[in-house]
Write a protein that binds this ligand. Structure first.
Ligand code: ADP
Length: 244
C-alpha cells in the first residue's frame, strides 16, 4: 500500500497479512506512518496504490472507491462497519451517557432496535468493568474509563478487526493498566487486533507479531521475543531499547 500527502510518500509499500484472531503490535518512531496506516485501513484516508484485504476479502483499493462517486460514501461506510477503531483521544460523544455512546451506532447504522442495543451496550460496559457508570457522561469519567467506554463502543459494532491507535498514550500512567487489562481480555476472547502502542508489556504478553515501522516501510517484523532480543536491524534494537 502506498499513501502520499502532497507528493510525499508517507507509506511507501507497506504490506501486511493479518490472520483471523491474530494480534499485531506496530511500533516505530514518530512520523514513521503508523497512524496513517491505521487510518488507511479504516478508510479515514484513501490510498494511492495497493489494496487492503480483511480476512482475505478486499476492503479497500484505489480504483474501487473512486469508481462510482455517488456510491462512495455508502461503500466506505459498509467497509468501515466491520472495523473498530479506538483513538488515542477517546472521541466519545460528550452529550451522551456512556451507555448511549455504546448503543448509538448499532441503532443508527445497523438498525438494531433501541431496547436491544441498550441491553447489548450494558453487557459491553460490564465487560469493560463500567456497568456502574452507564448513565455517566464522558466529562465525569477518568481518561482510563473514557477509553474503556470507547473500546466498548467499537465492540458494539461486532467488528471483525479492531484497530487501536496508541490507546494509552493520552492517559495518566496510573490509568494505563486498566486499559491494557481490557485489551488483554479481548485478546483472550480471540479478537483480531492491530495495535499501535509503545506498551511493550502488552506486546510481550499478547502480541503474536511485532512490526517495526520506519520511514513509511516495515523495517522488520517477527515475534516480540525475536525483535526484542535478537532483531535483524540495529535501528530496531535502538528503538525498542529506548521505549522499553
Ligand atoms: P506516526 O503515527 O508513525 O507518528 P503518522 O502516520 O502520524 O506517523 O505520520 C507520518 C507522516 O505523514 C508524518 O510526516 C506526518 O507529518 C505526515 N502526515 C500525516 N497526516 C498528514 C496529513 N493529513 N497531511 C500531510 N501530512 C501528513
Amino acid at each position: 500500500m502506498v499513501k502520499a500527502f502532497g507528493g510525499v510518500r508517507v507509506l511507501n509499500g507497506v504490506s501486511m497479512d493479518v490472520r483471523a484472531r491474530e494480534v499485531v503490535v506496530v511500533v516505530g518512531p514518530s512520523g514513521s506512518g503508523k497512524t496513517t496506516f491505521l487510518r488507511c485501513l479504516n478508510h479515514l484516508e484513501s490510498i494511492d496504490e495497493g489494496e487492503i484485504l480483511v480476512h482475505g476479502r478486499r476492503v479497500g483499493y484505489k480504483d474501487g472507491l473512486d469508481r462510482l462517486v455517488e456510491e462512495r460514501p455508502r461503500a466506505i461506510a459498509a467497509r468501515r462497519r466491520n472495523i473498530g477503531f479506538v483513538f488515542q483521544r477517546f472521541n466519545l460523544f460528550p452529550h451522551l451517557s456512556a451507555l448511549d455512546n455504546v448503543a448509538v451506532a448499532p441503532v443508527k447504522v445497523l438498525g438494531v432496535p433501541k431496547a436491544e442495543a441498550r441491553e447489548q451496550a450494558h453487557a459491553l460496559l460490564t465487560r469493560v468493568g463500567l456497568a456502574h457508570k452507564a448513565s455517566s457522561r464522558p466529562s465525569v469519567l477518568s481518561g482510563g474509563q473514557q477509553q474503556r467506554v470507547a473500546i466498548a463502543r467499537a465492540l458494539a459494532m461486532k467488528p471483525e478487526l479492531m484497530l487501536f491507535d496508541e490507546p494509552t498514550s493520552a492517559l495518566d500512567p496510573e490509568m494505563v493498566g486498566e486499559v491494557v487489562t481490557v485489551m488483554k481480555e479481548l485478546v483472550e476472547d480471540g479478537l483480531t487486533m492491530i495495535v499501535v502502542t509503545h506498551e511493550m508489556g502488552f506486546a510481550r504478553s499478547a502480541a503474536d507479531r511485532l512490526v517495526m515501522f520506519d520511514q513509511g516501510v516495515i523495517l522488520e517484523e517477527g515475534t516480540p521475543e525475536k525483535l526484542m532480543t535478537d532483531p535483524d536491524h540495529q535501528r530496531t534494537r535502538a528503538f525498542l531499547r529506548r521505549i522499553d
